[in-house]
Design a protein around this ligand. Structure first.
Ligand code: PMP
Length: 460
């Protein structure tokens, strides 16, 4: 980092507040300023190149130099830079994108509601579910179940869904007693000695069943889950988990909300994580790869049954009393539509299915490294969990910051990855990554792991 008084770094320290950043440490350390990108690579203001191994924040599916998206934005900006979707207004990109999303979505989905971020989508889903149950004359049916370690966003309602202490501490959450969390489906961390994967899934589904019964099914509205948990540590569900949980929810008339903000658009090898895990959602939220993150946009997708109930209720109230100034922004919608066309024309799903076996093979090999307790993943997403003792799975002390040390050494080797809760390191490269680049990613990560193993005190 340059420390010259007028450097970008000095001005960043002077003027910018950063989310998920130790602000005092930032005043000392300053920013990593990313100034350019080409394919899966980005470069900083000093010209150093990095392989973007987390696709930004799990979102830059098409890398950093897709000219078609630049053109799509330019065309729409020139034609009509802004209109909204309130009071019966619409625009061509919004109509085309909604139609396309419904065509791509699981069969049960027939309508799309557009907004700007994953948090907004999940917040909206919660509000609409409350609206829906008020409409059905079930004003008590409002409680929502999510999982510990889940990340569903940080706005107030979505922040209640998020089951990670670091996203709550100091913010007076919870402010509502409508939210509950059950065990994260990590067989590695939560499985009992001798318990099979299927038995673990059964136990977790029983936990959901017991919670719903103890709260009263007529007070529980929805269960919210990512098919594969991302920011909570890339937790891949155990065999049978979603089949068993869905059976419980059906029995109690509890809606399934699939948070596809990371999984959606081929991350797990299929269009949706729901396809990979045979989930039939009532509501699906998506964002990030929807526009390859070139512009902010998100969506709540819903079933016709759900829509019918809220449509009647909106007529009763005079209108649906919510919407966002930039929900269905025509430029963001045009970029999202172009992104979906690129996925189709470039056969992005086929590409992911072609290269992911190599990605998963290289990932699985890391399980042999002395620092790695578990290497897990599916499609083009994965994580390694770092442990002091591979046999007992004893973790390092949090204060040792082992995962941040590894991602710090990754940076030195020209690789951007992200430390995740539970001393995990997340890996989620742009979907356009080639096998040769996958090798570079894992070679650099291995070098970083070796560096850290070399300086850590040996286990007793
Ligand atoms: N859901 C999931 C699964 C996410 O990973 C995220 C962001 N990492 C969100 C919701 C929130 O999205 P945003 O940051 O766009 O509000």
């Amino acid at each position: 980092m340059s420390s010259a008084p007028n450097s970008l770094a000095a001005r960043d320290i002077a003027y910018t507040v950063h989310g998920y950043t130790n602000l005092r440490q930032h005043e000392e350390q300053g920013p990593l300023v990313i100034t350019g990108g080409e394919g899966v690579w980005v470069s900083d203001d000093e010209g150093k190149k990095y392989l973007e191994g987390l696709a930004g924040l799990w979102c830059s599916s098409l890398g950093f130099s897709e000219k078609r998206l630049v053109e799509a934005a330019r065309r729409q900006l020139e034609r009509m830079p802004y209109t909204h979707t309130f009071s019966h207004r619409s625009s061509e990109p919004v109509i085309e994108l909604s139609e396309k999303l419904v065509q791509m979505a699981p069969a049960s989905v027939t309508k799309a509601f557009l907004m700007n971020s994953g948090s907004e989508a999940n917040d909206t889903a919660i509000k609409l579910i409350w609206y829906y149950n008020n409409a059905r004359g079930k004003p008590e049916k409002k409680r929502i179940i999510a999982r510990r370690r889940a990340y569903h966003g940080i706005t107030l309602a979505a922040g209640h869904l998020t089951g990670l202490p670091y996203a709550r501490a100091g913010f007076d959450l919870p402010m509502s007693d409508r939210f509950f969390h059950v065990t994260a489906p990590s067989w590695y961390r939560e499985g009992l000695p001798g318990e099979s994967e299927e038995e673990f899934s059964t136990r977790l589904a029983n936990e959901v069943d017991t919670l719903i019964r103890s709260l009263g099914a007529d007070t529980v509205a929805a269960f919210v889950a990512e098919p594969v948990m991302g920011a909570g540590g890339v937790v891949v569900p155990p065999k049978g988990y979603f089949e068993k949980v869905q059976a419980v929810l059906k029995k109690h008339d509890v809606l399934f909300v699939a948070d596809e903000v990371i999984n959606g658009f081929y991350r797990t090898g299929n269009t949706w994580g729901c396809d990979t895990y045979n989930i039939q959602p009532d509501i699906l939220t998506c964002a990030k790869q929807l526009s390859a993150s070139y512009l902010p946009i998100s969506a709540v997708l819903m079933s016709q049954d759900f829509y019918e109930v809220i449509a009647d209720f909106s007529a009763k109230h005079g209108n649906l009393g919510m919407g966002y100034t930039y929900g269905g922004h025509p430029v963001a919608a045009a970029v999202a539509l172009e992104t979906l066309k690129i996925y189709e024309e470039d056969k992005t799903g086929e590409h992911v299915r072609a290269v992911s076996p190599h990605f998963q093979k290289r990932l699985a090999q890391l399980a042999d490294h002395p620092l790695v307790g578990e290497a897990r993943g599916v499609g083009l997403i994965g994580a390694i969990e770092l442990v002091r003792d591979k046999k007992t799975r004893e973790p390092f002390e949090v204060s040792a910051k082992v995962a941040p040390q590894v991602t710090g050494r990754c940076l030195a080797h020209g690789l951007i990855l992200r430390p995740l809760p539970g001393d995990a390191v997340g890996i989620c490269p742009p979907l356009i990554i080639t096998e040769a680049e996958i090798d570079q990613l894992f070679d650099r990560l291995t070098a970083a792991l070796d560096d850290v193993a070399g300086v850590l005190p040996k286990a007793a």
